[in-house]
Design a binder for this molecule. Structure first.
Ligand SMILES: [Cu+2]
Length: 117
């Protein structure tokens, strides 16, 4: 009986540091991912294929289903954007396939150029 107890304690002591080490290694991985440099934000804006889902000419906004936007570090999604030249929105309608160029204007992701494709 005494023998078994000693063994159990030794196993517990041996296992504990290993479990601790595994946890801190995971933590370091997470930190590494969070510190990924945002080099992508320095990219030059490129036209991105998109589809117009909704136009709000009054608010100067357009909802686009867009592909990845490299210079904004944004993956493909559907979302509303401010439009720099809101008068240009009258040349478009919902359902149009477009090439949109995006940039950050006043801290907001903004469509700076829009053309039909
Ligand atoms: Cu988006």
């Amino acid at each position: 009986m005494k023998h078994l107890n000693t063994l159990a304690i030794m196993v517990a002591l041996a296992a504990a540091p290993a479990a601790f080490a595994a946890k801190s290694a995971d933590g370091m991985d997470m930190k590494g991912m969070g510190m990924k440099p945002s080099a992508e934000s320095k990219q030059v804006p490129q036209p991105v294929a998109a589809e117009i889902k909704k136009i709000d000419a009054q608010a100067g906004k357009v909802t686009l289903k867009h592909g990845p936007i490299g210079n904004l570090g944004m993956s493909a999604m559907t979302m509303a954007f401010a439009v720099k030249d809101r008068a240009s929105l009258r040349n478009f309608k919902e359902g149009d396939s477009v090439l949109a160029t995006f940039d950050t204007v006043d801290g907001k992701p903004t469509v700076v150029d829009l053309r039909r494709r």
